[in-house]
Design a protein around this ligand. Structure first.
Ligand code: SAH
Length: 350
């Protein structure tokens, strides 16, 4: 059986044609899947029964199971999804004023090896298919109430999206279309560790997605310690690729900077960072470290964060400090999966 969401809706049309069905059936199916939030083919009451059972025989709509669902008092909801091959991934729904944002994973695990991140501690298992990426968005969309509408997508879950670019962009194209969830490319953020080739390939897609580059250090020696893949690239090449992305899309860049107490949160780091960002049209997103059990890092003190911020502001760098949402449900991606796999391995008899 084929995963319906692994096919672009254009291929759904072909299937109906092969079945000798009228073309408008594909539109009805799209409507059920993306707008009417159907949970199965049997619900699709304006399709003939025969068509519904043919769909049922040919396709699965879902390939994942909800292994765990958590809810935080600030409206954040998190799903741990079990893939058909038994691996787990995470995705999160965030509610912020009128915004409804989903944070989606692109891989099982991650190969980038950032030393403070829970997702990559055990390396990468595999990349997700387009269907598995679309499925996360739709599963989260189905947690919304009738009055709520998904407005933003961020590729900030597990994995490095630019290391799985074809599947990520195919999934985004599918869900963003006006006939699907109708989300403009401007409301989609792709967060990357900073792979220059991947950034250039993304720019060539001609979709002005918002690009966020995870910088985390202002010079190569420190960055290579925190983000080992930096040894292959270096900050210069990443910034050049990001500048090209800005020129190609006109979208203001975001640089993310996870603050680790005593490591990259000193005023001297802030001054170097200001130097790097001064001439760029960029927003700096400061992210206080979200503790990961077993890792030795700490979030900066309030005073250190304030001092860091003031240095950058005095240089005129636009800053946002990321609010912590859903921290009680381990909403930082990779954390819930890791917790569960640690619990499972300690619970299994040996
Ligand atoms: N691979 C992509 C997406 C990663 S998740 C990337 O590197 O950008 C999105 C952001 O969360 C990244 O900036 C990542 O470095 C950051 N992050 C990872 N673990 C974190 C933690 N424990 N606390 C705070 N931010 C973290």
């Amino acid at each position: 059986m084929e995963h319906l969401l692994n096919l672009a809706p254009a291929a759904w049309k072909d299937w109906f044609r092969e079945q000798g069905e009228p073309a408008f059936r594909a539109r009805q199916l799209q409507n059920w899947v993306f707008s009417r939030r159907a949970n199965g083919f049997t619900e699709m009451s304006d399709l003939p029964l025969r068509t519904r059972s043919r769909l049922e025989e040919s396709f699965s709509l879902w390939t994942t199971e909800i292994a765990e669902q958590t809810h935080s008092s600030d409206g954040t909801e998190k799903l741990l999804l079990r893939l058909s091959d038994g691996h787990d991934i995470e995705c999160v729904l965030l509610r912020d004023g009128p915004r409804r944002t989903v944070c989606v994973s692109s891989q099982v695990g991650c190969a980038m090896g950032c030393v403070f991140c829970a997702s990559g501690l055990d390396g990468v298992v595999r990349s997700l298919t387009m269907g598995e990426i679309v499925e996360q968005v739709l599963r989260l969309d189905r947690l919304l109430g009738d009055e709520e509408r998904l407005s933003h997508i961020v590729m900030m879950g597990m994995g490095e999206p630019l290391a799985n670019l074809p599947q990520v962009t195919a999934a985004l194209k599918t869900v963003c279309r006006p006939e699907a969830l109708n989300i403009s490319a401007r409301r989609v953020t792709i967060s990357t560790v900073g792979l220059p080739e991947g950034i250039r390939r993304l720019a060539k897609q001609g979709c002005p997605y918002h690009l966020a580059v995870s910088l985390h250090a202002p010079e190569d020696e420190l960055r290579s310690r925190l983000v080992p893949v930096n040894q292959n690239t270096g900050i210069d090449a990443i910034l050049q690729a990001a500048d090209d992305y800005f020129r190609a899309t006109g979208r203001r860049l975001t640089f993310e900077y996870v603050l680790l107490s005593g490591i990259n949160d000193q005023p001297s780091h802030a001054r170097q960072l200001a130097e790097l960002l001064r001439e760029r049209t960029a927003l700096l997103n400061l992210i206080p470290f979200n503790p990961v059990s077993g890792l030795p890092y700490r979030a900066p003190s309030v005073a250190a964060l304030q001092a860091f911020r003031e240095v950058l502001e005095s240089h005129g760098i636009p800053i946002r400090v990321r609010k912590r949402k859903g921290s009680r449900i381990d909403a930082a991606c990779g954390q819930l999966r890791r917790l569960r796999s640690l619990q499972n391995s300690s619970a299994s008899p040996r």
